[in-house]
Design a protein. Structure first.
Length: 226
């Protein structure tokens, strides 16, 4: 039986309120586990940089490369420092040409079939913004990324395609999702898990809609507070 998202009417109840992190804890806890997160762009980079991590270190980098080139770059970075986990974060390209499907699949398979189990991938299809939108609503059917851009524009009162990817706005997205009473990360994780269960038998480029970002988010959440 799959879990159901939390009802919006329950989000204000005391047992489901978002708790604030103690400033004292931030100052006194030692840093432990080290994450390297290599992303396609600054939207993803600053989303993960914004997690209020207390007991781990997050090194997030946004680069503009093909999927397989991104994976190779992450491997090179991983040899330069000691990381406990290395994550690659990317999504499917808009025009779905065969060469891009192959690049998307090959990058994912290279990580999943590799011998290093601490090297992981959080991919999305069609776009990373699917992860943001399912904080607000259930998505069950394939949508083009312009659909996500339009919905986020309405929710955030911004032209997301034009202004939502600018650095200043990217730095606000994590906090925006955390503070918006209509957004719920726990629901987003449940929805994302259900989506993946539905399409996991398909090749990655055929898995639409899907976002494996929930796996990285769940891992980072372990280091937010005790």
């Amino acid at each position: 039986m799959t879990a159901k998202p939390i009802k919006k009417s329950d989000q204000k109840k005391s047992w489901n309120k978002k708790t604030r992190i103690s400033k004292y804890a931030v100052e006194t806890r030692s840093k432990g586990k080290r994450f390297l997160i290599v992303c396609e762009g600054q939207t993803e980079e600053w989303y993960f940089k914004s997690f209020p991590i207390l007991t781990a270190t997050v090194d997030a980098k946004g680069i503009g490369r093909t999927k397989t080139a991104l994976v190779e770059y992450a491997k090179r970075l991983a040899t330069q420092n000691t990381y406990d986990e290395v994550w690659c974060v990317f999504d499917m390209d808009i025009n779905y040409e065969d060469i891009q499907k192959q690049d998307f699949n090959n990058a994912i398979f290279q990580i999943q079939q590799g011998s290093n189990k601490n090297f992981k991938v959080a991919y999305s299809n069609d776009s990373f913004e699917l992860w943001f939108l399912i904080h607000y609503q259930i998505i069950e059917h394939q949508q083009h990324r312009t659909y996500f851009y339009k919905k986020l524009s309405d929710l955030w009162d911004i032209n997301y395609e034009n202004d939502g990817k600018k650095l200043a706005f990217c730095k606000t997205i994590y906090e925006r999702l955390q503070n918006d009473i209509d957004a719920n990360q726990e629901n987003a994780i449940i929805i994302a898990k259900n989506l993946f269960e539905t399409v996991q038998h398909l090749n990655p480029h055929e898995q639409n809609p899907v976002t494996k970002v929930f796996e990285l988010v769940e891992e980072l959440n372990r280091y937010l507070r005790n």
